[in-house]
Write a protein that binds this ligand. Structure first.
Ligand code: AMP
Ligand code: MN
Ligand code: MN
Length: 317
């Protein structure tokens, strides 16, 4: 039986299902999980999508009001993790995954730990939402306007608006077919990629002011801490995208951005061409993709910067 058939069988056999995605969810995490949620509701499953915290920019997505912060059951027949590379990324709600009778992983990260009983991971896909689209077509699930909007949100955000590696003819074909369904690509683009909240703008200003260039300008580095966030009254997700500022500067190969969290700093790395930042993050227990990866580290920003630069330097040309 193919992996896709196995997944469908597990879904059909399950009465209640929980959908989970990674902490600090981006547009791909939200879009992929919301699209799957709608398909399972349509199949009359007792389904819950649990996302404890997400940025308010996602309130524009269809069915977002049905997202739960907590599960109503202690054990589900089936748990499905989407856009998630490892159990660690499920943070405080990994229990829903671990305690489920059956577990499925649907993802596109090259560093995926294959932590489900069945894993469908297409590493060549630029977004989990594109993987999800393939599932929808294979199962002949209906892609209506709401589902299409969620899938498009995932594809647009994870590809930076069709600009990153992995975008292929297939990606544009999917976009084109969703456009035909009436999905408003321009509106999603504007809402999710080019609108900043006022506090995220203020946070960005602080990070830009603090930016340093290392290794002959090949590395850009900056950080924000809790004090900064308090000052600008930052909300969940307001730091999103700051890491791209460094990457977009001429001559920079790797951009490092640190964001303080309760147990240390969340590191975001982005590269332009040849540095495999997923490998760098794997060295410290994280992971991701070749040109976009993350990890949580302990120490002061300076100590973390030194550790990261030491690893990145080995790959710099
Ligand atoms: P971020 O910098 O948080 O936007 O993450 C960049 C990419 O790396 C995303 O695709 C994340 O899902 C992935 N990623 C971030 N943190 C981790 C981690 N600790 N383990 C595996 N993948 C991660
Ligand atoms: Mn993601
Ligand atoms: Mn993704």
């Amino acid at each position: 039986m193919s992996t896709l058939d196995e997944i469908l069988k597990k879904i059909e056999q399950a009465k209640n299902i929980v959908i989970l995605t990674h902490e600090n969810p981006d547009g791909d995490a939200m879009g992929s999980s919301l699209a799957l949620y709608q398909a399972l509701v349509k199949m009359d499953k007792d389904v819950e999508l649990i996302v404890p915290k997400y940025s308010r920019v996602f309130t524009c997505l269809p069915k977002i009001e049905e997202v739960k912060q907590e599960g109503s059951k202690s054990e589900y027949d089936l748990a499905i993790a989407v856009d998630t590379a490892s159990i660690k990324q499920l943070d405080g709600w990994s229990k829903y995954f671990e305690d489920a009778k059956s577990r499925i992983v649907i993802d596109h990260h090259s560093s995926n730990a294959m932590f489900g009983d069945v894993n469908y991971v297409d590493m060549s896909s630029p977004a989990c939402a594109q993987v999800m689209y393939v599932l929808f077509r294979y199962y002949e699930w209906e892609i209506n306007h709401d589902v299409g909007t969620c899938l498009m949100a995932g594809i647009i955000t994870d590809t930076g608006g069709f600009q990153y590696a992995g975008v292929s003819k297939e990606t544009f074909e999917i976009a084109s077919s969703l456009l035909v369904e009436g999905v408003d690509i321009a509106k999603i683009y504007k809402k999710l990629l080019s609108t900043n909240t006022r506090s995220s703008f203020e946070l960005r200003k602080i990070a830009l002011d603090r930016m340093e260039f290392l290794e002959d300008g090949k590395i850009a580095y900056t950080y924000i801490n809790k004090k900064d966030e308090k000052k600008v009254k930052a909300e969940t997700g307001d730091h999103e995208g700051i890491v791209n500022e460094g990457r977009n500067i001429e001559g920079v190969e790797v951009s490092i951005f640190l964001h303080e969290i309760d147990d240390g700093y969340k590191v975001s790395l982005r590269s332009n061409e040849y540095v495999n930042v997923s490998d760098v993050c794997l060295m410290f227990g994280g992971g991701g993709h070749f040109r976009a990866a993350g990890v949580t580290m302990q120490g002061t920003p300076k100590q973390i910067r030194e550790k990261l630069v030491g690893e990145i330097k080995r790959q710099l040309k």
